[in-house]
Design a protein around this ligand. Structure first.
Ligand SMILES: Nc1ncnc2c1ncn2[C@@H]1O[C@H](COP(=O)(O)OP(=O)(O)OP(=O)(O)O)[C@@H](O)[C@H]1O
Ligand SMILES: [Mg+2]
Length: 256
């Protein structure tokens, strides 16, 4: 173990049945090192928060998991399968919503989903059921251009559900929403985890917000993992909230 990683121990035990395992993941853009040897796991079941401030490296990590960005080094395993460009089968169990998902504004919600399922050659998908889960049944035939930001975010989550995933990754799903919209999205995420039994990995720069619904958290700062563990275990570090813990970790980090 090098001196740098000694300063930043990763808590939590290795889980053989992890939904996601990230090992020594590095990414540089030109001369800029954005991910600095990330190591963490997302356990199967529950909601794991991927938490860190703006620019910490959350979206870059998610794009690498999705196979959209190549890592400089390191590996990604999803449900025990090493992702190497030929692992398409595992993507059939993985739903991903990226930041600010885009839709055709001149098509309705139902038409957008129909187009996506046709393009992805999915198995038969019950679009009405997905619209119901995300609370858009009543707006199914309205053009997306008329949707509020909250409705768009729900449409984005529904788009990730079209593959009928066991594992759902959401990049900042509460971004740009008002308090009511954020509450609705959090309720929806809890429903997906508890009733639909999905494993959920959700990124946010609002630690206090997501803490309320997460069972586990991975804390990232400037491309480094500061902590990864069950929420209850993280709170045992003599702090009231995850935000306090984050600030404590940063203070320690600056002393290293
Ligand atoms: N294609 C790229 N080329 C160069 N730098 C990039 C590229 N993509 C991301 N970065 C840089 O990588 C760093 C991490 O960006 P990333 O989008 O992963 O952060 P984030 O944690 O998702 O932030 P936010 O909370 O603002 O969404 C930032 O400094 C960003 O400018
Ligand atoms: Mg981001």
């Amino acid at each position: 173990m090098n001196q740098e990683s000694e300063c930043r121990p990763i808590t939590g035990k290795l889980n053989q049945k992890a939904a996601l395992r990230i090992t020594n993941l590095c990414k540089t853009f030109g001369k800029k090192s954005v991910l600095k040897s990330l190591n963490f796991e997302v356990p199967k079941g529950g909601i794991t928060g991927f938490l860190g401030p703006n620019g910490a490296g959350k979206s870059t990590t998610i794009k690498i998991i999705a196979g959209l960005v190549a890592p400089t080094s390191g590996t990604v395993e999803i449900q025990g399968v090493l992702m190497n460009g030929t692992s398409s089968a595992v993507f059939q169990k993985l739903g991903i919503m990226f930041e600010a998902p885009a839709f055709y504004n001149y098509l309705t919600a139902r038409q957008n989903y129909a187009l996506l399922t046709r393009l992805q050659q999915n198995k038969v998908v019950d679009i009405d059921h997905i619209l119901k889960i995300v609370g858009l049944s009543g707006s199914a035939d309205i053009k997306v251009g008329e949707f509020s930001q909250g409705m768009r975010q729900r449409l984005g989550i529904g788009q990730a559900l079209l593959v009928q995933p066991e594992f759902l990754i959401l990049d900042e799903p509460t971004n740009a929403l008002d308090p009511l919209g954020r509450k609705e999205i959090k309720n929806l995420i809890q429903h997906l985890a508890q009733t639909e039994k999905m494993t959920i990995f959700i990124s946010s720069h609002l630690l206090s917000e997501i803490e309320q619904i997460c069972t586990h958290a991975v804390i990232i700062h400037e491309g480094k993992i500061l902590a990864a563990d069950a929420i209850d275990a993280l709170r045992e570090h003599g702090v009231q909230t995850l935000e306090d813990y984050f600030l404590k970790l940063i203070e320690k980090e600056n002393q290293c």
